[in-house]
Design a protein around this ligand. Sequence first.
Ligand code: CU
Length: 166
Amino acid sequence: MSFRSLIAAAALAVLPLAATAQTHPEEMHVHDAYARIGNGSGAVFFMIHNNTDVDRTIVGAHTDIADKAELHSHTEGADGVMVMGKIEGGVALPSGEMHEFARGGDHVMLMGLKRALADGDQFDLVLEFADGAELTLPVVVDNGRKAGEMDMTEHSGHMTKKGASD
Ligand SMILES: [Cu+2]
């Protein structure tokens, strides 16, 4: 599937921001959120498209099913070995841009799973943005997923502004 047709498919799932301010329409798209689980930890993968007119930065994540969720990336160390580590400063998501959390690259790491999860189980992951906004996305456990395989039936994400009353 071409990148362009991915974008076309993405446009089918427009999820309005539950905005408290009536300034401008804001939409964030999340596609194909799935998790791989193993050994008390897990990793979540998805594609996110910032269709709002505001530059955003994902600075963290949390979920009820894990003690801790961290933004991670894989980078090549000096010795050529791929190492996984926390992304410092968050993931920039400029207006109109998309970012892929994918196998072998960026992912949301889940540490200290609180319950067993099997293929097909779902849970909510909350992405935290630098401006205080949050985006809740349903994630499905899919340990059998091959890298690079995308399920275009999954479109999800609903953004809310945390504690904004003004
Ligand atoms: Cu990781």
